[in-house]
Write a protein that binds this ligand. Structure first.
Ligand code: ATP
Ligand code: MG
Ligand code: MG
Ligand code: MG
Length: 433
């Protein structure tokens, strides 16, 4: 008899198999017990018919507590009524680990309670589905960048200097020196691009964001591609192809998870159509001013969540907003060739209220301009000597971008809050569990 994962059920129909499971719920009558089970790969039902099993097995089925772990032996059958599509007709049960009174019952709980029990809550259907999709986005990311000829160059997590100001930095000690947790791997990816052409990093990112929004985590994961000999227009093409590829991969490989989340697949499908609409920052300001909803918007403002939501809703598609004011963007972005006041950059805003999922730009290539920008930003030139070397020795046009993994996951899964998109969220008031 084979031990299987239930996700492979379709290959074992009418066969007798053994599966290691946890009990999520049950109901029983005098003659039959329905066990709601999960084995980590999927959720399914076990049917225990009194007349087909030993008295001991039937008694056990009736007595089991929620989250007891057990081995079930039985025959796989199709079950058209369940979202998963298969069930097991139980022949015997073997208890592995008894469960005490499980704190998360099938009844409703508040968010704080669930987050306090995140280590257990992960076992429920919704976190299961979101984590499956998050995993698919990670898998598809590697596939996409590998097939496009990128190599993964890991940026350090501990850095000796602050890339973009200091307010959102986590400070720590590095023996007798100061160190900071990475806010972005970008500058290192630029070095990688000069060495290997097309590179990406995928690592943890830390920002001491003091704001409580549905979109900000303190610790999140970022994918940061950087491409040598590449101008912004080509980078935008890579970005839209990457996003379309992620959405298509989730549609192709996460049908069951999307069903659990009741995510509209037609809507998702519409996001695979490229090119994405593009508007300039100037046009975005005008749109907002004329909308009636944001009469106070001024040229020069950075957009907040409501503005970003409005702009993407206007197109019902991910939309690029190009060329933001220089004053609100970091020092390394390349100034526009004909406009002093804006830089060559773009944010990609997701529809349905999810806001910025990508920020990217063409980078300043000129040594003198970059040095001046570093000074103007109030940064210590000495910390950036290595970065300036990239301009001293064969500087080339290059562009790159950063995608927040959990932003993308929240959007693609259709979840309300970014805390759902990471296994153990770090939030303003949460570092437990
Ligand atoms: P925002 O304007 O939403 O605060 P940002 O402009 O500060 O984002 P970038 O520095 O451009 O963010 O980082 C690149 C990407 O990382 C963003 O487009 C977003 O997808 C993601 N990101 C940024 N901050 C966070 C955060 N606190 N939590 C989760 N993801 C984030
Ligand atoms: Mg921010
Ligand atoms: Mg932003
Ligand atoms: Mg940004």
């Amino acid at each position: 008899m084979k031990t299987i994962s239930i996700i492979d059920a379709k290959n074992h129909v009418d066969e007798e198999v053994k599966i290691g499971v946890w009990l999520t719920n049950k109901r029983s009558s005098g003659k039959i017990a329905f066990l709601q089970l999960r084995d980590g790969s999927a959720f399914f039902q076990g049917v225990v018919v009194k007349s087909n099993v030993s008295e001991e097995t039937f008694e056990m089925a009736k007595e089991l507590h929620q989250e007891s772990s057990l081995y079930v032996v039985g025959e796989i059958h199709e079950d058209k009524r369940s979202p998963f599509g298969y069930e097991i007709e139980v022949k015997s049960l073997e208890l592995v680990g008894e469960s005490q009174d499980y704190p998360i019952t099938p009844k409703e709980h508040g968010t704080e309670f669930l987050m306090d029990h995140r280590h257990l809550w992960l076992r429920s259907t919704k976190p299961y589905a979101v984590m499956q999709i998050r995993n698919e986005i990670i898998r598809a990311t590697y596939e996409f960048f590998n097939k496009e000829g990128f190599i993964k160059i890991d940026a350090p997590i501990l850095t000796g200097s602050a890339p973009e100001g200091t307010t959102e930095l986590f400070h720590t000690k590095y023996f007798d020196k100061d160190a900071y947790l990475s806010q972005s791997g970008q500058l290192y990816e630029e070095a990688g691009a000069m060495a290997f052409g097309k590179v990406f990093s995928f690592g943890p990112t830390f920002r001491a964001e003091k704001s409580k929004t549905r979109r900000h985590l303190i610790e999140f994961w970022m994918i940061e591609p950087e491409m040598a000999f590449m101008h912004q227009e080509q980078s935008l093409e890579v970005q839209e192809q990457y996003i379309a590829f992620l959405v298509q991969s989730v549609l192709d490989n996460c049908d069951y998870a999307l069903d659990i989340l009741e995510r509209d697949k037609e809507v998702l499908k519409s996001y695979t159509k490229t090119p994405f609409p593009k508007i300039s920052y100037d046009e975005a300001v005008e749109l907002l001013q004329n909308s009636g909803e944001f009469p106070d918007t001024k040229w020069g403002d950075d957009f907040g969540s409501p503005e970003e939501t409005y702009l993407a809703e206007h197109f019902s598609m991910p939309v690029f907003v190009l060329n933001y004011p220089k004053a609100i963007k970091p020092f390394y972005m390349k100034p526009h060739p004909t406009r002093e006041d804006v830089v060559i950059c773009a944010d990609l805003l997701a529809p349905e209220g999810y806001g910025e999922i990508i920020g990217g730009s063409e980078r300043e290539t000129d040594l003198d301009n970059l040095t001046a920008q570093i000074k103007k930003a109030g940064l210590n030139e000495k910390d950036y000597e290595w970065y300036l070397d990239l301009r001293r020795y064969g500087s080339v046009p290059h562009s790159g971008f950063g995608l927040g993994l959990e932003r993308a996951t929240t959007w693609i899964t259709g979840e309300e809050h970014i805390r759902e998109a990471i296994p153990f969220p770090r939030l303003l008031n949460r570092i437990y569990p």
